[in-house]
Ligand binder design. Structure first.
Ligand code: PEP
Length: 249
């Protein structure tokens, strides 16, 4: 069985002193044989976090990446720039970016492609809103979102990480039950399997109010290969409990 991956999404939180303190606590509390661990920091702190974590068990991720290579795109950050700093992951298509920045499936697919072309692993987020779930459209929505990425990235698709993040569970304290999450993960795995013989290699993470209390149960599901953790990744003790659960699973 492959090692699980726990990625923290700090969102727009942190500061120079707070980041250093959090990373020190995480390094000190890391289990002997940890799962894969990453923290996705705000762009402005990537270099700081990369410097502190260099050579250790914590990889660094960005929270977004540009769909362009270079040029007149004020405020954007290219995949090449991430590679330059040794950044391992980039979240793409987080629901907050889809919602507040109008990112379409096509843009998300292009961002994933740019990341892959520079050796940065995209963590591709998919997930339905509450309205879509209640309308029975969960499967249709997540399959449409992932299909765009599969279509654009072809045979490289086994190199991505997928994060199933039901929008109604993000930052709300409402978690999908392990069974609800597993059901969608199985759908995503089957969709990947139709596109690549290496679908089993792909980490499919669950995200949406994963915390110290519910991580073990979620991570015990067959197709849940880890977690994308928002709020709980900002508290060292909670994040370490999740990491411990994933390392033992
Ligand atoms: C996220 O932002 O990716 C997330 C899962 O947030 P939270 O854990 O706070 O719901």
């Amino acid at each position: 069985m492959k090692k699980k991956l726990i990625a923290g999404n700090w969102k727009m939180n942190g500061g120079v002193a707070a980041n250093a303190a959090l990373l020190e606590q995480l390094s000190a509390g890391m289990p002997a044989n940890p799962c894969w661990v990453a923290v996705c920091a705000p762009a402005v702190y990537l270099q700081q976090v990369a410097t502190i974590t260099h050579g250790g068990a914590i990889a660094v991720g960005a929270q977004d990446v540009s769909a362009h290579d270079a040029g007149a795109y004020t405020g954007e950050m290219s995949a090449g720039m991430l590679r330059d700093l040794g950044i391992r992951y980039a979240i793409v298509g987080h629901s907050e970016r889809r919602q507040y920045h109008g990112e379409t499936d096509a843009v998300v697919a292009l961002k994933a492609q740019k990341a892959l072309s520079c050796g940065v692993t995209p963590i591709v987020c998919v997930g339905e809103t509450l309205e879509e779930r209640e309308a029975g459209k969960t499967e249709e929505v997540v399959k449409r979102q992932l299909a765009a990425v599969i279509h654009t990235n072809g045979h490289c698709i086994s190199e991505i990480v997928v994060a199933y993040e039901p929008v109604w569970a993000i930052g709300t304290g409402k978690t999908a039950t392990p069974e609800q999450a597993q059901e969608v993960h199985a759908v995503l795995r089957a969709q990947l399997a139709a596109a690549t013989p290496h679908a089993d290699r792909v980490h499919i993470l669950y995200g949406g109010s994963m915390n110290a209390a519910n991580a073990q149960q979620l991570l015990g599901q067959k197709d849940i290969d880890g977690g994308l953790v928002g709020g709980a990744s900002l508290k060292a003790a909670d994040f370490l409990t999740i990491i411990a659960a994933a390392s033992a699973a």
